[in-house]
Design a protein around this ligand. Structure first.
Ligand SMILES: Cc1cc2nc3c(=O)[nH]c(=O)nc-3n(C[C@H](O)[C@H](O)[C@H](O)COP(=O)(O)OP(=O)(O)OC[C@H]3O[C@@H](n4cnc5c(N)ncnc54)[C@H](O)[C@@H]3O)c2cc1C
Length: 415
């Protein structure tokens, strides 16, 4: 077993949002098998009822776990391709007899590693969605890049970038809510700071989540705080806005234009928090069965599709749902959800357990999947919110409203 990590440390993606406090408690963030290994080394288990920041999750759990795994974890090793040895994706002949080849780029050059199986747990954090309402960059988005941030602003590091500015925030997930809370607090401290919130959906509706009905209290509390921030008057909300273009106005200001010609001007900075997508470019030579909408494994997609299935706990799933036509290749973790915004690390731990059991030949353990996820107290995902009202009310799985969303809270330093 070899873990190839592109970054220079365990939790390289998490460490990019290390100032954010997770909405999951420690008890929901430690995998049981990992815990057993760590406890054997005298690891001090964090209090299960408390909420770590990204930094604490990385420092107190991911880094010690990587240490236990020792030289089976290689840092600075970026996977740039996976293929069946000597066979591109078209060739059938001899395919079943060849190992997979993993192409790895390190500071020392390129390397090829033969593997019986490849588990792609590379996440989606490296490929945020663009601002453009059609999923492609808006006209002028590239030219305005210096004034666009695709992450929640870290005000400890970039306060002067946002203080006293007019900031457009695009998106309606929990990252966007976090940005609204952060920026509204900045507006209270720094006169002249204004936030324009751009929503694709036609009404704010239940964008603030389930509040006290959310089974993850910290996630519900974030929505309530965002609602208060919006009500406090620092945020102008523009609904039904699908960005088509970003133009440059006078004095370095930006003007955003929607597909139906609505214009929002006098903008200094844009914060784009419109979700993530999987980078499938380096999997082009293996045979994947992906859903055409979500880019998630085809059997998993119907269980997590925000267009039709945004409520109820996620149906238990494991190796069977994650299997592809290419034997031994799996996507797990955040990447397995493709573009669905509903991933929780608990899901990933269970996926990995089941997939590893199958690879090691224990099919009974692989099939024994138990996954119970907390509900949010809100019904409807991105696709549903964008639909006309009558469509929202029909079908789907929603008896009582709820959805399972990825969300974030703030570290005290960011408050
Ligand atoms: C701000 C924020 C807050 C969140 N809060 C929560 C929460 O409270 N609870 C929760 O359950 N989930 C939360 N999530 C979702 C969370 O990110 C995931 O649960 C978890 O980090 C997903 O783990 P992962 O291993 O699938 O992906 P990641 O954590 O993104 O890890 C992927 C790793 O793969 C590496 N990598 C990428 N490409 C390559 C490559 N080509 N070769 C080698 N290595 C590569 C990256 O450097 C990275 O270290 C949050 C997400 C964000 C963005």
């Amino acid at each position: 077993m070899l873990v190839l990590e592109a970054g220079d440390r365990a939790g390289a993606a998490v460490s990019q949002w290390n100032y954010v406090r997770l909405f999951s408690r420690w008890s929901e963030l430690v995998d049981p098998a990992a815990e057993r290994m760590l406890l054997a080394t005298g690891w001090a288990r964090p209090d299960g009822d408390t909420y770590p920041t990204g930094q604490e999750w990385a420092d107190l759990y991911l880094a010690p776990l990587a240490e236990v795994l020792g030289d089976r974890v290689r840092f600075g090793a970026r996977v740039v391709g996976v293929a069946r040895r000597g066979r591109d994706r078209v060739v059938d002949a001899g395919r079943e007899d060849e190992p997979l080849t993993v192409h790895v780029r390190t500071s020392a050059g390129e390397e090829r590693i033969a593997a019986r199986a490849v588990i792609d747990a590379s996440g989606t954090f490296g490929s945020p969605n663009p601002l453009g309402g059609d999923g492609l960059p808006a006209a002028g988005e590239g030219a305005a890049a210096a004034q666009i941030n695709y992450r929640v602003p870290d005000l400890d590091a970039e306060r002067s970038r946002y203080a006293g500015k007019r900031i457009a925030v695009a998106g309606s997930g929990h990252s966007a809510l976090t940005a609204l809370v952060v920026l509204a607090e900045l507006a209270e401290q720094e006169p002249g700071t204004k936030v324009v919130w751009l929503l694709r959906r036609g009404a704010v509706g239940n964008v603030f989540g389930g509040g006290e009905s959310d089974q993850l209290p910290a996630r519900g509390a974030l929505g309530s705080r965002a609602r208060k921030a919006a009500e406090a008057g620092h945020i102008d909300t523009v609904t039904g806005f699908r960005t088509a273009a970003v133009e440059r106005g006078d004095g370095g200001k930006l003007i955003l234009e929607s597909f139906d010609g609505h214009r929002v001007g006098d903008v200094d900075e844009i914060v784009v928090l419109t979700g993530f997508r999987p980078d499938l470019s380096w999997l082009s030579e293996v045979r994947l069965d992906l859903d055409p909408v979500l880019q998630a494994p085809a059997k998993l997609a119907p269980l997590i599709d925000p267009n039709v299935h945004s409520c109820g706990t996620v149906y238990p799933h494991g190796e069977t749902e994650l299997r592809h036509p290419e034997p031994g290749v799996y996507l797990v973790g955040m990447k397995s959800y493709g573009r669905a915004p509903t991933f929780l690390s608990l899901t990933g731990y269970e996926q990995a357990r089941s997939v590893v059991a199958a690879i090691s030949g224990d099919l009974e353990a692989a099939a024994r999947v138990e996954l119970v996820l907390p509900e949010t107290g809100v019904c409807g995902g991105a696709g549903v919110f964008d639909a006309p009202q009558e469509q929202k009310n029909s079908g789907g799985c929603c008896g009582a409203p709820e959805t399972v969303d990825v969300s974030i809270g703030l570290a005290p330093s960011a408050r």
